[in-house]
Write a protein that binds this ligand. Structure first.
Ligand SMILES: [Zn+2]
Length: 236
């Protein structure tokens, strides 16, 4: 079984500063996303899944409809595996309901209608649910198990400049990576884009994302679109 942990908005500087050894694994580094005009989550994950830059196609759908973009398994590296389970992956089967709720609450937070904790609470609760399912699925024997976690991105948008808050989130993600690594199977960790602090808040970085693996493969500074072939060829 191969395992992919997709972690939205994971910033390499915090991974190193907080000493998240399980997220770093044996080999890790930055991806190169500078070919994209903007570091949009849905565009980057879809481009990772297919190995093609899908920015033009997805942006043409417009801001509202962009999140409806859905690939078929045959268009992605999922087709290279005998069996797979993908959970909450943007561009494939992301939970639209949760995304809309997240956007709605974020708007309320920035309009001063709810507190930061009232925003973070439901986001962490959703994360806990996905985490529980992931840990349960670790023993299920899929050819590929791909879980997506977006808590670092969503909490990052409201608190990236608040290090203690972010450290809690990163340590939790590090624990998840540790539980996955304990399976002794090929483990690939990937993030679409890093984050940078804007005061107490956070914004997407446009230059790089994050990768790591436990296969001893030093990938350098690969384009995110080059990693589709890596997963298809090296992770099986
Ligand atoms: Zn993202």
């Amino acid at each position: 079984m191969a395992i992919i942990l997709g972690i939205d908005g994971l910033e390499i500087e915090y991974v190193e500063e907080f000493g998240c050894r399980n997220l770093m694994q044996g080999s890790f580094g930055k991806t190169d996303i500078s070919e994209f005009e903007e570091p949009r989550t849905i565009v980057l994950w879809s481009s990772f899944l297919t190995g093609k830059n899908l920015e033009k196609e997805i942006v043409a759908m417009g801001n509202e409809r962009m999140w409806n973009f859905k690939l078929k398994a045959e268009q992605t590296f999922f087709k290279n595996f005998d069996s797979f389970k993908a959970v909450d992956v943007p561009g494939y089967n992301y939970s639209k309901e949760h995304h809309l709720r997240e956007r709605d609450l974020l708007k309320k937070f920035f309009n001063d209608e709810i507190t930061v904790e009232e925003f973070i609470g439901p986001m962490v609760a959703y994360h806990e649910k996905i985490k529980e399912n992931f840990l349960a699925d670790l023993g299920a024997g899929f050819g590929l198990l791909f879980y997506y976690f977006n808590v670092a991105d969503v909490v990052g948008h409201v608190s990236f400049g608040v290090k203690e808050k972010m450290q809690q989130i990163y340590m939790d993600l590090d624990e998840i990576a540790g539980r996955a690594a304990a399976k002794g199977e090929p483990l690939f960790i990937i993030s679409d884009h890093g984050m940078k602090a804007v005061g107490q808040y956070g914004d997407h970085r446009s230059e790089y994302g994050f990768w790591s693996n436990n296969l001893g493969k030093e990938l350098g500074n690969p384009k995110i679109t080059a990693l589709s072939a890596f997963v298809a060829e090296e992770m099986r």
